[in-house]
Design a protein around this ligand. Sequence first.
Ligand code: FES
Ligand SMILES: [Fe+2]
Length: 385
Amino acid sequence: MASTLTDLSAVRQSIETALGLPNAHYTDPRLHAEESQALLLDGWSGLAVTADVPEPGDAVPIEFLGIPLLLLRDRSGQVRVFQNICRHRGMILVSEPRRIEGAIRCPYHSWCYSTEGRLVATPHVGGPGHNAHDAVNRSELGLIEVRSHIWREVVWINVSGTAPAFEDANARLIERWAEFDQPLYHGGPDSAFRLDVNCNWKLAVENYCESYHLPWVHPGLNSYSRLEDHYHIQEPGLFSGQGTLVYRQLTGEDGRTFPDFPGLSAKWDTAAEYIAAFPNVLLGVHRDHAFAIILRPEAQDRTSEHIHLFYAAPDTDSDLRARNTEQWKLVFEEDVFVVEGMQRGRAAPGFDGGHFSPAMDGPTHLFHDWVAQRLIARRDRPAAE
Ligand code: FES
Ligand SMILES: [Fe+2]
């Protein structure tokens, strides 16, 4: 049993004496499975962005923690997530991203589903030429829908269906960034990229939420946004991150900039914030653009990072946009060697989970504590399985 594998009491200590999560939480597939359930499936996880399915009928199959899902924009324009399986014999319905014209037809025996998930056709199910059978009740055999919610153009899912409503679970974060609660426009194909990293997904979170590493890992960024210009963001049990007081807008040769999000308070003239929305979404906000990084755990030691940039207007300068994407790509690539290095470090039997700087590692310790608290709560539940 995974639950007997690790002792998490040291993780839950105050930061001065706490240790980080034990090695097995980064290397052992059994712990990965336990965490997948407790941290990702039981809560609200990021899956994709709405721009992945821009038009009605667009469908993208996504495997999330090994579960075959189908991200879909239905006829009415609503983004939905289904389990990507036919209710007949469990065949995978959609195996490549495509636009559904008409219905979703299972490639095996051609049962058909509407984009809202209703089972609409069952050819020959009652024998040749008979497309109905009393024992096959179409109204009960629609696609299995996964609970989903759109916030900041991210498609969040709660696979277990047991989490509190998204707005309740994330109330503090929604409130903190209420000023940014306005239309976000994805920059399009030049504003999305993917990085594949050889590390456990948690290491990407742990690295993202602290600014301690900036001087050494991001010398370019650090040249104008120094360590002392940053502050910690810490909401125990909810989220953590960092902010800067000296955000500088990207400026084109002709002095052009991206349009600002309207109505922001003066603080945001020079501030920007970077928050890890637990479990797996890394968000950034600035006066003139925002981004979301969705971490998809591919295995206990592999993660795909899906980065998307958003703007305050549907049409922005494409050269400037490309430069912005390039700039962020450089920054996120600079982080790869440390998250992969920490992953390799977890093979050292002498590593005890690590020690935190009480001054600098607060946001990272907060995440470790959140993980431990969620796992302990689930282990303590009598019928937890
Ligand atoms: S498995 Fe889909 S129609 Fe038979
Ligand atoms: Fe970094």
